[in-house]
Ligand binder design. Structure first.
Ligand code: C2O
Length: 539
């Protein structure tokens, strides 16, 4: 049978948002990009053709990529970029997953505009484990900069400076709401039309570069049924918390007897004392089909930006479905117990004020991007590209969330942590920082993990583990380490290759908050990484 290859043209396109026009890099001219539809078990082939004047890669965020590490996409981790005029066929099979994920460019800040949803339907004939909705729709949350994002990165790299925040959040590409200060952007809004009495599945994607978001639909309760393409125990809530890289499916009923129009909002959440008040709320409209587009708009109170109560209430309610058909296979016992501090630090920099600059790191290592892909270096045993001595524990124990001692001087390095095939890993991620604490949505490539514990303050090796949930913890691919707190995750290293772990706040990744695991081949059949595809770009 001939396999269908989906064509993806990476191309420039002019877009007008917030009253100004700029050329952005898009997929097929669309912002957000097109949705990739597949079914569990499908072999997906996507030919990415680069028509722009800069390097490109595409990452299939959350797709397991079992034995297909070459097709994961992060630049200089699993592949060299697709150069201007070049192309590459991503070829992977979707195994054991169904739900919503996202794809995005994985080089510098290109994912600001190069991103879209992935919808994985269950295998034919297999129903959802919840009442089937009448309709489905996709809401991609993101950000918009009036200026070029490259300029924003350069600012982020300057001594001790954060980047400019985006000019607006967006829902399906539109800013909407009061931030649209000019008359032409009145129509800058996405409208979801619903029919009285029907139920809807909303597939939410947070593709923003640097923002955790609260999502709400005025007048409607949302029932969460799936996160990061794993089913959860359904629960009803007014507010969804979604960090960059996360996806969430919710059901709701169009049950407002009087019809009308309701405000849909994506507003910032930050539990960091460092983050200023932020009014960038993106809005969309939920409109009943039997109501006029002039019907008055019902709004709901936004959750306060710093509402840790709303956030932790939401996170506490998230549990794996753990049914007979979808059991939660929580790794236990653990044979590798790791702890990484996550945070901001200082780094030597000859040209910087006071000889140091603000950077970020894990266990005081600020990751240096290589100039050739790590996976090739690993597969072909090329020496001198990376070392596999990434520390499994903080260099010294200290009060991570207290005001001192100062243990945040970081060292540069392309240091990886090596895991034997099938290792059962527990990783505690502990937030720390010198200038203040901050939340970090950490994403692991090539594996899902279970979030067995979460807490504020310092992780306690004695008191914390007995409180772990080893029965039905949520399974995901991205989870925020709370500001001044920690999370404990578990996964089985059963996917040979090199797998990126990083903060999904792009600014923190830029500063060095990233590392990679090498997962060795096993001895059995189907336990080793096959050779690279012929068209894999070279550096
Ligand atoms: Cu969605 Cu490494 O990223």
């Amino acid at each position: 049978e001939m396999k269908k290859i989906l064509p993806v043209q990476v191309m420039e396109k002019n877009y007008t948002r917030l009253c100004s026009t700029k050329s952005i890099v898009t997929v097929n001219g669309k912002f957000p990009g097109p949705t990739l539809y597949a079914r569990e078990g499908d072999n997906v082939l996507v030919k990415v053709v680069n028509h722009v004047d800069r390097n490109v890669t595409i990452h299939w965020h959350g797709v397991r990529q079992l034995l297909t590490a070459w097709h994961d996409g992060p630049a200089y981790i699993t592949q060299c970029p697709i150069r201007p005029g070049g192309s590459f066929v991503y070829n992977f099979t979707i195994t054991g997953q169904r739900g919503t994920l996202l794809w995005h460019a994985h080089i510098l800040w290109l994912r600001a505009t190069v991103h879209g949803a992935i919808v994985i339907l269950p295998e034919l004939g297999v129903p959802y484990p919840f009442p089937a909705p009448d309709e489905e729709s996709i809401l991609v949350l993101a950000e918009w900069w009036k200026s070029d994002t490259e300029a924003v990165i350069n600012e982020a790299l300057k001594s001790g400076q954060g980047p400019n925040v985006s000019d607006s959040h967006t829902i399906n590409g539109y800013a909407g709401g009061p931030v649209s200060a000019c008359s032409s952007s009145r129509k800058d809004g996405f409208t979801l039309v619903v029919e009285q009495g029907k139920t809807y599945l909303l597939r939410l994607v947070n593709a923003a570069l640097n923002e955790n978001l609260f999502f709400k639909v005025a007048g409607h309760r949302l029932t969460v049924v799936e996160v990061d393409a794993t089913y959860v125990k359904p629960f009803a809530t007014d507010t969804i918390l979604i960090t960059p890289g996360q996806t969430t499916n919710v059901l709701f009923s169009a049950d407002q007897g009087r019809g009308g129009r309701y405000l849909v909002t994506a507003s910032p959440f930050s539990d960091s004392p460092l983050v200023a008040v932020d009014n960038r709320t993106a809005t969309a409209t939920l409109q009943y089909s039997n109501s006029a587009s002039t019907a008055s708009l019902t709004a709901a109170a936004l959750p306060p930006q710093n509402s840790t109560t709303t956030a932790s209430g939401f996170l506490d309610a998230l549990r794996s479905l753990n049914s007979r058909a979808y059991p939660a296979r929580v790794p236990a016992p653990v044979d590798r117990s790791l702890m990484f501090t996550v945070g901001l630090g200082t780094n030597l920099c000859a040209s910087c004020v006071n000889g140091s600059r603000l950077v970020a790191g894990l266990n005081n290592v600020t990751f240096t991007m290589p100039t050739t892909a790590l996976l090739q270096a690993h597969y072909f045993n090329v020496s001198g590209v990376f070392t596999d001595d990434f520390p499994g524990h903080p260099p010294v124990a200290f009060n991570y969330t207290g005001s001192g001692p100062n243990n945040t001087q970081t060292m540069n390095g392309t240091r990886l942590y090596r895991l034997p095939y099938n290792a059962s890993v527990q990783l505690v991620l502990q937030d720390t920082g010198i200038i203040g604490t901050e939340s970090h949505p950490v994403h692991l490539h090539g594996h899902n993990f279970f979030v067995v514990g979460r807490g504020t303050g310092n992780y306690d090796t004695t008191a914390s583990p007995p409180k772990f949930n080893l029965v039905d913890p949520v399974e995901r691919n991205t989870m925020a380490v709370p500001a001044g707190g920690w999370i404990a995750i578990r996964f089985i290293a059963n996917n040979p290759g090199v797998w990126f772990l990083h903060c999904h706040f792009e600014v923190h990744t830029t500063w060095g908050l990233k590392m990679a695991f090498v997962v060795d081949d096993g001895d059995g059949p189907n336990e080793s990484l096959p050779p690279p595809p012929k068209d894999l770009p070279s550096c």
